[in-house]
Design a binder for this molecule. Structure first.
Ligand code: FES
Length: 106
């Protein structure tokens, strides 16, 4: 490591972090425009939280406003990586595998 002008300079790749967050769009837009909240994404937040807990995964799940992918919702994003579209309660197995896969990449 080299020090210069108070900055720590290094050539090491930054370490990837394990997945700690899942973001679920819960935007609700009544009317003709599609939105994740209107398609039931609110229920995904506690369902994913409960499933992660039961799997022993230390993952926080947060409802967020909109990913701009409204036509494909309900949408969620695992950490800063993979998106899932058209997520239903029946898809939680795939979401859990996605979280585990992304964590394995860390
Ligand atoms: S309303 Fe969910 S991505 Fe826009």
């Amino acid at each position: 490591m080299e020090k210069d002008k108070g900055w720590n300079l290094t050539t090491e790749e930054p370490k990837k972090q394990p997945v700690t967050w899942v973001y679920v769009c819960v935007n609700r837009r009544p009317g003709a425009e599609p939105s994740c909240g209107e398609r039931g994404s609110d229920a995904l937040v506690p369902a994913i939280e409960a499933r992660c807990r039961s799997e022993g995964m230390a993952v926080e799940v947060a409802g967020v406003p909109c990913f701009g992918k409204c036509a494909h919702g309900p949408n969620l994003r695992i950490g800063g990586g993979r998106f899932f579209h058209g997520v239903r309660a029946d898809d939680l197995d795939d979401v859990i595998v996605g979280i585990a896969d992304q964590s394995d990449d860390a």
